[in-house]
Design a protein around this ligand. Structure first.
Ligand SMILES: [Fe+2]
Length: 259
């Protein structure tokens, strides 16, 4: 079976076990289909052949399959040592053999497994072969591109798990390490984030972990830097000034990458 429509049908069947009225579940279903589209966009941009384009879409369809159990169990999307949604996805697909509901032969199992495992890690692990690395990069970029859409559209209360405070968000400061890392073109480590603004900056810093020219173009064409920065009103003078530096730094970085 290399028919994407059949794989989608199997995905719908898998979802039947979950509460489709739950807002968090709905959000992840939409995200999954959007990531499929973005993976296809990247694959076409890279001029991949039909088989690799199909594989990129299949990985996208399955990349967050572990999220549904995570929502059911914990009611949030926080990965930790007890539950990592990528590791859980790999487990049900390859230990419990759910993968055969989506693709009938095992030729691509290692690529699918490695791409899903690596999609949410801070860095891609060492030792992957060329195809495993390519598909890990595609899913990481596609996932991040769609995360920019989520951060633009989604209610802030759903974006800041257990943290959203509308009374304080406009007055918060930026933690020095978060600011310095951003200016040095580094992704933000989860544990360095303290304030809600730190979280917001960490989402924008995903531009530093994109792999393909076409991904940078996508961020630029959709004006995601301005849109995300302008979504919050900064009433703390220091934060306001630093956010303007962040805007400038991010745009210069994107311009360098695109040209
Ligand atoms: Fe994920």
């Amino acid at each position: 079976m290399t028919n994407f429509v059949d794989a989608e049908e199997s995905f719908k069947n898998y979802l039947k076990g979950y509460d489709l009225e739950d807002g968090n579940i709905k959000l992840k279903i939409k995200h999954t289909y959007e990531v499929v589209n973005k993976s296809e966009y990247i694959a076409k941009g890279l001029n991949l052949d039909e088989e690799n384009t199909y594989l990129a879409k299949l990985i996208a369809l399955l990349h967050d399959i572990g999220r549904f159990k995570q929502v059911e169990k914990t009611n949030n999307f926080i990965d930790n040592k007890d539950f990592d949604h990528a590791n859980y996805g790999v487990k049900i697909l390859f230990e419990d053999n759910l993968i055969r509901n989506f693709i009938s032969f095992n030729k691509y199992d290692d690529i699918i497994k490695k791409a899903i495992y690596n999609h949410n890690k801070y860095k891609i692990e060492e030792g992957l072969n060329k195809e495993e690395l390519l598909h890990s990069k595609i899913i990481r970029d596609a996932d991040k591109l769609d995360n920019f859409r989520v951060k633009k559209e989604e209610n802030l209360i759903n974006i800041f798990p257990n943290k959203y405070n509308p009374k304080t968000i406009n007055y918060e400061e930026i933690s020095p390490k978060v600011y310095n890392d951003f200016i040095e073109h580094k992704c933000i480590k989860s544990e360095d984030r303290n304030t809600q603004i730190d979280f917001w900056i960490s989402f924008i810093a995903f531009i530093y972990d994109l792999n393909f020219d076409i991904s940078f173009e996508y961020i630029k064409d959709n004006r995601y830097i301005d849109i995300l920065i302008d979504r919050i009103e900064y009433k703390n003078e220091d934060t306001k000034e630093k956010m303007e530096n962040i805007r400038k730094c991010a745009k210069e970085y994107l311009n360098d990458k695109v040209n």
